[in-house]
Ligand binder design. Structure first.
Ligand SMILES: [Zn+2]
Length: 101
């Protein structure tokens, strides 16, 4: 037989769950942010370097490199100094090659 106090204990968790700001709705934004940060895989420097010449060729053709090489694009836009320097060097090499008659 349940006395009044026992009933209150049983009912309290349900009332807490129904209150706005408690439970999944308030935790969803954080979870969503984490998912958005990890849904596209970012490559490391070695992987980026391997694809970088193709990435630059894509840029030269005005391809949508962000879609074709999302990992490379993400790595470069994150500001990796080594790979951005390599990108500039490749672009300079292509520009120099294009200027040769
Ligand atoms: Zn890098």
């Amino acid at each position: 037989m349940l006395d009044r106090r026992a009933k209150e204990i049983l009912v309290t968790p349900l009332k807490d769950l129904l209150q706005p700001g408690f439970g999944p709705p308030s935790t969803m934004p954080d979870l969503r942010t984490i998912l958005e940060m990890t849904d596209e895989e970012e490559l490391d420097c070695d992987q980026t370097c391997e694809l970088l010449d193709q990435y630059v060729e894509g840029l030269e053709r005005h391809d949508n490199v962000g879609t074709l090489f999302p990992g490379v694009d993400r790595h470069l836009k994150r500001g990796c100094p080594d790979c951005n320097a390599e990108l500039k060097a490749l672009q300079a090499a292509i520009a120099a090659a294009d200027s040769i008659p």
